[in-house]
Design a protein around this ligand. Structure first.
Ligand SMILES: Cc1cc2nc3c(=O)[nH]c(=O)nc-3n(C[C@H](O)[C@H](O)[C@H](O)COP(=O)(O)OP(=O)(O)OC[C@H]3O[C@@H](n4cnc5c(N)ncnc54)[C@H](O)[C@@H]3O)c2cc1C
Length: 258
């Protein structure tokens, strides 16, 4: 059966359509293969392309990014370029959206890892109203993520270990937002991808960094980064390998080593 594609002109209209069922469509890079192969029967697709969710604004030190902004466009935020470049390939990034990446299962979802490290907030809309959610909070089937908001990080670190340059999912992804005063780390928020079913905070690693020189704390942080992770086997790497290389990539990310 051919799915009907709706093109709402606002997020509110999309939410109203969603109340009658169907799937939201961002760039379609995850949805369309499943629709085209018949893996999931869908009779209604609700495209966000014309719903006015493609704004990207920086005000002071805060960014507000519409959910339908493409990953390619997100590279306008310079510090996120390494994140964007580590995802898929240019043709996919020209279609894939910020909102869609939040729903990419691990070991995909590298932007979601970065957004977790940034403590981003999601604007979520349904016909019941609007709410604010954290990255990783459940989003119901009748809800539309309309935007993500985050403070620009003072110090940013990002590293993704993958098998090849393009279209390669994460073995380990590390994103960290830090603040450093008088040489000492005063704030650390570290998120990991590829090492658990969802992006996870490396809370023990964060604690190991606070109050230390970054050079001194990085090794200690790396050694406890496994706490709270649950590495898995897949076609990209074994759970054993992921656990083994995690500390290496955490240390290299923090110290910006090759
Ligand atoms: C070849 C290939 C390689 C890839 N490599 C990587 C990689 O290395 N790293 C990585 O992170 N990802 C990777 N991906 C996944 C890619 O990032 C995601 O496909 C993309 O970010 C999803 O965005 P989309 O807009 O295309 O989502 P869609 O396919 O449109 O939607 C995905 C899901 O999110 C829902 N959704 C979309 N927008 C919203 C919204 N605003 N509110 C609520 N729900 C919404 C949809 O209903 C659907 O369930 C790869 C994908 C492909 C095809």
């Amino acid at each position: 059966m051919l799915a009907k594609v709706h093109l709402p002109s606002s997020a509110g209209e999309a939410a109203e359509l969603l109340d009658h069922g169907g799937w939201l469509l961002g760039g379609g890079t995850l949805v369309m293969p499943r629709v085209n192969t018949g893996a999931v029967p869908v009779d209604s697709l609700i495209s966000l392309r014309g719903a006015g969710l493609d704004g990207l604004h920086v005000t002071g030190d805060t960014a507000e990014v519409g959910a339908a902004v493409t990953l390619a466009r997100l590279a306008d935020l310079t510090f996120l370029r390494p994140v964007v470049r580590s995802i898929a390939s240019p043709p996919v990034r020209n279609l894939a959206t910020v909102g869609g990446n939040l729903f990419a299962a691990q070991p995909h979802g590298d932007l979601a890892v970065a957004l977790l490290a940034l403590d981003a907030r999601l604007d979520v809309l349904s016909t019941a109203g609007t709410r604010s959610a954290a990255v990783g909070d459940p989003v119901a089937a009748n809800e539309v993520v309309t935007a993500v908001r985050f403070a620009l990080p003072k110090v940013w670190r990002y590293r993704k270990a993958m098998r090849r340059k393009h279209n390669s999912a994460s073995i380990v992804t590390v994103a960290a937002a830090l603040e450093i005063a008088d040489g000492l780390v005063t704030h650390a928020r570290i998120a990991l991808g590829g090492v658990a079913p969802t992006p996870v905070r490396a809370l023990a690693a964060e604690q190991a960094l606070i109050g230390k020189l970054l050079d001194e704390g990085a090794e200690a942080a790396a050694q406890v980064a496994h706490e709270g992770t649950a590495p898995f086997d897949d076609a990209y790497a074994s759970a054993w390998y992921r656990a083994r290389v995690l500390p290496v990539h955490v240390r290299r990310a923090l110290l910006e080593e090759d």
